[in-house]
Design a protein around this ligand. Structure first.
Ligand code: ZN
Length: 408
């Protein structure tokens, strides 16, 4: 019998062969004895998170993996990020995600992350609570250079383009509506006013003055994107009857969990960066089984290292995950352990790709297959075959014996 579930998502874990690593992927090149021994006790496979031919974004990938078809439940990443930084969303709110970046006098972006500024709390405090044309703005810090922006007021829409052009060396975009509704036009107009005002405040902010004095880039523009309009979704517990909790460093993943009504646990040392304490996260996951049925653990850094093209860093971080994964070798098989990734982030490409990722299911009732290594090529031989993100929760429910009978 199975009692509980731990789902570990290693963000951007998948990769492609890298010449400098002898034609291996970072996961193949890493020494992963613990993950491999887990694979040997598991049913393995490969997952095209959103199906073949899709390049998965982290937000929608997580929704699908957790059983929430993004086509039904997703309205933009902003709402999820806002939930992740602890904002309580109400029906009709429009939320955006953002980065603090650096722009020059001509409003051309010279650095998208303001030199990867680590702490933006003083800046978000300066912008939080602004009110424009009857719309109030809530601005909260995310991890490192990130922030969430919530617009609350009547007649708002998420049908607007991003102010963020998504690349450096380009001018800031004026936000324009995507459709012809009065709501979209109003939202774009108010947001433009807010961004302009924010830029004035940020330019003069003492933190930025000090940064420039120290030869650092000023975080003088809030690059916003991913507008989403919130409407209530049924909770994970309501839909699958598992009480859920989340262990993550990154705001997005806490956001996905909050969005689904899971409890977000605070883990000291979980930073969402390569220095994160993976071992503490895994230890806490096991401990949390005493209070929750379903523990969702997210580990971020393999993705960021992939986006930086740092294949050695990615390989080394995977070894750090593996070292912590020894804790799972002792885990009771009453606990269904699932380890996977949300997508591939090839170091060579420095962005997400549509390549499938390895996945393993370990626990009572699982049909253990012949795979003895956890990586992109070994798992192609696994018993699960090629699945999609949407298959995971049905597979969990099947193993728990709670999947409904089709037919009679
Ligand atoms: Zn991701």
């Amino acid at each position: 019998m199975l009692e509980k579930v731990i789902l570990v998502i290693c963000d951007g874990l998948g990769d492609r062969p890298i010449k400098e690593l002898g034609g291996l992927t970072p996961l193949e090149a890493a020494k992963t004895p613990h993950l491999d021994s887990l694979a040997a006790e598991s049913e393995c496979g490969m997952m095209h998170t959103l199906g073949r031919g899709f390049v998965p974004g982290s937000d929608v990938s997580h929704l699908n993996i957790l059983g929430y078809d993004y086509e039904k439940y997703y309205s933009g990443r902003g709402t999820i990020e806002a939930a992740g930084v602890g904002l309580k969303l109400s029906d009709g709110d429009v939320a955006l995600r953002g980065n603090f970046g650096t722009v020059n006098e001509q409003l051309i972006i010279t650095d998208r992350r303001a030199g990867r500024i680590r702490d933006v709390r003083a800046l978000t405090e300066a912008l939080d609570g602004l009110e424009i044309d009857g719309v109030s703005f809530v601005v909260k810090p995310g991890t490192a250079h990130r922030a969430a922006v919530l617009m609350r007021g009547k007649g708002l829409s998420n049908a607007i383009i991003d102010a963020d052009p998504h690349k450096g060396d380009l001018p800031i975009r004026e936000v324009t509506p995507i459709d012809n509704t009065a709501e979209a036009g109003f939202t774009a107009k108010v947001l433009n006013k807010f961004l302009k005002k924010s830029h004035e405040i940020l330019k003069a902010h003492p933190l930025n003055v000090e940064r420039q004095r120290n030869g650092e880039l000023p975080a003088n523009y809030l690059l916003v994107r991913g507008a989403g309009k919130y409407s209530k979704v049924p909770s994970f517990k309501e839909r699958f009857n598992f009480s859920g909790c989340c262990i993550a460093g990154g705001g997005l993943y806490k956001g996905v969990a909050s969005f689904l009504g899971m409890t977000v646990l605070d883990v000291p040392g979980a930073t969402g960066l390569p220095d994160t304490d993976v071992e503490e996260k895994f230890r806490m996951a096991i401990k949390s089984l005493a209070s929750y049925d379903f523990v969702f653990v997210h580990v971020k850094a393999a993705d960021s290292l992939g986006e930086d093209g740092d294949f050695k860093g990615k390989r080394d971080f995977i070894e750090k995950i593996d070292k912590a994964a020894r804790l799972f070798n002792e885990l009771s098989k009453d606990v269904l352990l699932i380890i996977t990734a949300d997508h591939t982030t090839p170091c060579e490409q420095k962005s997400h790709s549509g390549d499938p990722v390895p996945i393993l299911f370990r626990g009572n009732g699982v049909r253990v297959d012949k795979v003895t290594a956890f990586n992109e090529r070994a798992c192609t031989e696994g018993g699960l075959g090629f699945i999609t993100g949407k298959d995971i929760i049905p597979q969990v429910l099947n193993l728990f014996g709670t999947l409904h009978l089709t037919g009679a």
